[in-house]
Ligand binder design. Structure first.
Ligand SMILES: [Zn+2]
Length: 347
């Protein structure tokens, strides 16, 4: 059986047309001006891939190229490592199943741990000036649409401003923050922190909170979200790798997408349980530090519940459904409260 092939001597670009013959364990080739032979065992064949010509590397450094369909099936059967591997894999369906499982696990791991990890790293490196710009743009997206001028009496507003300023001023590790009160009928009793340090309270929230400690407790919790860059970290988790990568390399054009996602997130989504726990922890510490019993946060949530008894998970009390007073949260507030009281009045 004579197989047509191209002979490349490996030194020049010249191509010789030859015919290749196999006799037992030897391969020989013959063409005009070129001929030779080599033991089959010393010929190195490329993998068998449909549509791709075979390359046979000869011991003398030359190559024979044989069209895929011209190559006799039995010449190098099972010789190539990839072919052997593929063949081995094809005989073992558990390997295929295991590969699928590994891929699924890898994908899960990436979304569950990889993306959040990356988002946190990127968020930690976003310059404060950029965070401020994003917060201000988010606020201007909300102002006039969702956030309208407040109807809370000016002296009450002044009182809350003074409370908030004194409270936040005494906390370490905070970027500059400020309180902003808006009437926001569409989002009911609500409060949230924007990346520029603005903590927004709605009129309905201000009116539902019974006293100063309750107001400061909600403020402290929101400042906890602020201190830990929770908005940015949460929004970036869903932003995708491309956006994060360009942000990490200082491409500011990618910011507009993130900025637009911030108000959407704040109005429609909620933080992960881990972030809520972090914000609680921050709040409990901050409150205790300034002489306020950390149980004030749980009290504030209870007061909100009482203010809207019939609509516990509707829009008017979104803040409640975003900050559910589950046993876990209450237990942590109580533990912080016990510690606070013990520190003030040692037994
Ligand atoms: Zn929260």
């Amino acid at each position: 059986m004579m197989v047509p092939a191209e002979y490349h001597d490996g030194r020049s670009t010249r191509v010789w047309r030859v015919h290749v013959v196999r006799e037992e364990d030897r391969l020989s080739w013959q063409g005009e001006g070129v001929s030779g032979s080599a033991p089959l065992a010393r010929v190195n064949a490329s993998a068998r891939m449909v549509g791709v010509p075979f390359t046979l590397r000869l011991p003398n450094g030359a190559q024979l190229h044989i069209e895929h369909d011209d190559m006799p099936a039995d010449w190098f059967a099972g010789r190539h490592r990839i072919e052997t591997l593929v063949d081995w894999l094809e005989r073992r369906s558990w390997v295929a199943l295991a590969s699928v499982a590994i891929m699924a696990l890898a994908a899960f791991g990436w979304f569950e741990y990889g993306m959040p990890w990356l988002a946190d790293r990127v968020a930690a490196h976003v310059p404060q000036s950029v965070e401020v710009a994003m917060g201000q743009q988010s606020l201007s997206l909300l102002r006039g649409r969702v956030l309208l001028p407040s109807h809370v009496a000016p002296d009450r507003q002044a009182h809350l401003q003074a409370l908030f300023d004194r409270f936040s001023h005494n906390l370490a590790g905070l970027p500059p923050v400020r309180l902003a009160i808006y009437d926001a009928p569409s989002i009911g009793a609500n409060a949230f922190a924007l990346p520029d340090g603005t903590v927004v309270f709605t009129d309905a929230m201000v009116n539902a909170l019974p006293d100063d400690p309750a107001f400061l407790a909600v403020s402290a919790h929101e400042l906890g979200h602020q201190a830990n860059h929770h908005v940015l970290r949460e929004v970036m988790r869903s932003a995708g790798v491309a956006v994060m990568a360009s942000m990490a390399f200082g491409d500011v054009t990618s910011l507009s997408g993130i900025t637009a996602a911030i108000p959407v997130f704040l109005l429609n989504n909620h933080y992960s349980r881990a972030f809520e726990a972090d914000a609680d922890e921050f709040a409990f510490k901050a409150l205790a530090q300034q002489g306020i019993d950390p149980i004030a946060f749980a009290d504030a949530m209870h007061a909100l519940e009482r203010a809207h008894p019939e609509s516990a998970d509707e829009r008017e009390v979104r803040y409640l459904s975003n900050h559910p007073l589950d046993e876990d949260r209450i237990a942590r507030a109580q533990a912080a409260s016990r510690q606070f009281r013990l520190a003030r009045h040692p037994p």
